[in-house]
Structure formats: structure tokens, C-alpha cells
Design a protein around this ligand. Structure first.
Ligand SMILES: [Zn+2]
Length: 226
């Protein structure tokens, strides 16, 4: 069978020599039991470690917003409950992000740089896994917006995954996905890979530029373009 070893040679996040592997999505963003075939990419230890606090922050932030509270007894996800209990400072920090806007509506204001850090990392992982090439340069565009904030037109455009114009290069994951079946246990729906239903789905397309879309907890819509 075709195998693609090209991305053995680099950490997909920084280009350094890899010495470990990283799940994409990160475990904190998925519930246990983990899906069987979470994509795995090569990484260096420094990158592997550097994202974990921001990933925990984002996972907790999303679940707190969805649950409307930072109370570990009430939030929905088991892993988030454990994180908030284990790190009260994190719960306090997230609680301080909850405020009223001018109209009296409750809004949650995340630390944008931390959210972006995680989203770009995930997108780099998916793009490298799909195309077996690093995408180390800064993305051209990063959009991060809750699905409920999108207009119906924006939502439709976001959910529609564009067709890639050509045939993928032989040996890349895109090629394998197209021509080799039966490997993945998770499902592809309308171009979306549903890694864990209700928790994590993503899509990678190359309608010219490379576009990676990710939906976290059916709440946060993300798009990263190179
Ligand atoms: Zn690295």
C-alpha cells in the first residue's frame, strides 16, 4: 500500500526535527473513549508541550460558555469538570471573562491570542496530515466565530466544503483518502470528517488556497487559510 513518510522529517508545527507524535485533535478537545483513528502527526517535544495550557483553556472556555457557568459541578464535559476542579485559577480566569455588554446581554470574552494559537495549531496539524507538507508560514486568514453568530448565509458558506479542483498527488493523505477506503472509523459527511460527533469535526480542502475548517463542540467555527 502507499505510505507517505515525508512528514516524518519535520515537526508539523515548527519544522524542527520531530521526536514525538501529537494527536490532532488534542485529547482535551475530545471525550473519552477517544475515537480509534485520531489523526497523528509528528512533532517536537517543545511544540508538543507548548500548546497544552492554551488547549485546556480553550476546551474549558467553550464548555463554560455552553453551560453558562464555570461551576465544575454543572459544566457538561467530564474532562472540563476535572480541569476546573484541578485548576481553580483557570475557573477564576474564565469566570472573569463573563460580563454584560451595553445592552445587558451576557458575553464571554476569551483571550483571543490563546484561542488563535490553538486553532492555528490544529489547522497546521490537519493540513500536514492531509497533504504531507508543512504549512509553517503565518496563515493568510484566521476566522474564529461561534456558529450562532454567523448569518444564515455565512453559515451555509461555512458548512459547504469546496471541491478541490484537481487530483491529489500520489502518496499524499488526500490521495489515500480518495482511493483507499476502509481505514477510518469516523465518518465523512458532506466533506466534513466527523472525528467525534458533537465534539469535533473538521474539513481540509484546496480550492486553490488550502482551507482548514474546524467545529469545536458544535459551537465554535474556525477557518484557517494558507
Ligand atoms: Zn516543533
Amino acid at each position: 500500500m502507499f505510505s507517505d513518510e515525508r512528514h516524518d522529517a519535520f515537526c508539523v508545527f515548527c519544522g524542527a526535527e520531530p521526536n514525538t507524535r501529537e494527536h490532532v485533535a488534542s485529547r482535551i478537545l475530545l471525550d473519552d473513549p477517544l475515537p480509534d483513528d485520531v489523526p497523528v502527526v509528528f512533532s517536537c517535544h517543545a511544540c508538543n508541550n507548548s500548546f497544552s495550557q492554551d488547549e485546556e483553556y480553550l476546551a474549558c472556555f467553550i464548555d463554560c460558555v455552553i453551560s453558562g457557568t464555570t461551576d465544575p459541578a454543572i459544566v457538561q464535559r467530564t474532562k472540563v469538570r476535572a480541569s476546573l476542579r484541578h485548576t481553580p485559577a483557570l475557573a477564576t480566569k474564565i469566570a472573569s471573562a463573563r460580563r454584560e455588554d451595553e445592552t445587558g446581554a451576557i458575553v464571554w470574552k476569551p483571550e483571543d491570542n490563546r484561542v488563535r494559537n490553538v486553532v492555528v495549531k490544529l489547522a497546521r496539524g490537519h493540513a500536514a496530515h492531509q497533504y504531507s507538507e508543512p504549512h509553517l508560514q503565518e496563515p493568510e486568514r484566521v476566522l474564529i466565530v461561534p456558529l450562532i453568530v454567523m448569518s444564515p448565509e455565512q453559515r451555509e458558506a461555512f458548512e459547504h466544503i469546496p471541491e478541490s479542483p484537481g487530483w491529489p498527488e500520489i502518496g499524499t493523505r488526500a490521495f489515500l483518502n480518495t482511493f483507499v477506503t476502509g481505514k477510518k472509523s469516523y465518518s465523512a459527511e458532506g466533506g466534513w470528517e466527523v472525528l467525534q460527533r458533537g465534539r469535533y469535526r473538521y474539513a481540509v480542502a484546496q480550492p486553490g488556497e488550502i482551507v482548514v475548517r474546524i467545529v469545536l463542540s458544535e459551537f465554535l467555527g474556525c477557518e484557517v487559510t494558507w
